[in-house]
Write a protein that binds this ligand. Structure first.
Ligand code: FAD
Length: 264
């Protein structure tokens, strides 16, 4: 399916909120999962075709021109208006999705498949632990919005500095801890350091940890060893990997995940 950009809102210097309408969005079926995502197909600028395209056909044009698949969380689906909102991290000039979002203009089109998802906050948990970076902020925000006034959450979220923070809303009681990369020489340790210093209220907690691969892995190791978290049921997964394009990451991901099983 495909849709057209109808709103572009630069939330912070590192996050662009894009709203899509039209196209095939009449057929969009929300899963109800708070981490649901679409698989977008980003067309290289020099490619000789436009959205909408036949995926099998353009894949045959050769590696240089094939669309680059990238996953993005559904920040909001408005079923009445049939609009889809996605928050894109803009992280410089490398890659396809980030630069596409940085330059997005009204009328641009994006082709995608989905949505898929797998997480909703566990209603039986005493409290909810959310952790990650800007890429996890959309799914964490949707989860917080889904929680009622009796829920308690603690969120650890890494961004560059205060001007990269985005307000979140929730009926739940939320202890939101923004962690700033600019505050330390070793930003990749921010999440683990903050969480290992945090006093957990009880061991009946629900977990959602997503973001940069190595940071998520360190946290997974810690939570499994210190709190006997079951990694098979907890929602812990690497959304992207530093110094790897998504293609390079997907190529080694299976082996990396299997190696991760030896961490504990
Ligand atoms: C289920 C799922 C949901 C996701 N939801 C979102 C979402 O809602 N919003 C969102 O922005 N991302 C989200 N991501 C992450 C996004 O898919 C990746 O960041 C993706 O690599 C971006 O593609 P790109 O073409 O911009 O960069 P790529 O071509 O993949 O990478 C180019 C370079 O940029 C680096 N890079 C990639 N992402 C980042 C980043 N976030 N910060 C700094 N450097 C980066 C890479 O390491 C590489 O060196 C999600 C990922 C998954 C698996």
């Amino acid at each position: 399916m495909f849709a057209e950009v109808t709103k572009v809102n630069r939330l912070t210097p590192g996050l662009v909120r894009i709203t899509f309408s039209g196209g095939d969005l009449e057929d969009f079926i929300s899963t109800g999962y708070t981490d649901q995502y679409i698989n977008g197909y980003f067309v290289p600028t020099e490619a000789p075709y436009e959205v909408p395209f036949d995926l099998d056909e353009v894949r045959g044009l050769g590696a240089e021109f094939r669309p680059r698949p990238r996953r993005f969380t559904v920040r909001k689906w408005d079923n009445d208006e049939k609009t889809l909102t996605i928050d894109f991290v803009v992280h410089g000039e490398s890659g396809y999705a980030g630069p596409w979002a940085q330059q997005a203009e009204l009328g641009d089109k994006l082709q995608f498949k989905g949505p898929n998802g797998s997480y909703v906050p566990d209603p039986n948990a005493d409290w909810h632990l959310f952790a990650g970076d800007e890429t996890a902020l959309p799914s964490i925000s949707v989860s917080l919005e889904a929680l009622g006034p009796d829920s308690h959450c603690v969120v650890f979220l890494v961004v560059d500095s205060q001007e990269f923070e985005v307000p979140v809303t929730s009926d739940a009681s939320v202890d939101f801890k923004w962690l700033h990369r600019e505050s330390t020489l070793e930003p990749s340790n921010l999440l683990l350091n903050a969480i290992s210093e945090f006093e957990f209220a009880s061991e009946n907690f629900d977990i959602f940890v997503h973001g940069e691969a190595s940071e998520v892995r360190e946290l997974r190791r810690y939570l499994v060893s210190e709190y006997s978290v079951d990694p098979k049921t907890a929602s812990i997964s690497p959304y992207w990997r530093r110094n790897h394009t998504d293609e390079a990451w997907r190529e080694v991901k299976k082996e990396w995940l299997s190696d991760q099983e030896n961490d504990i």
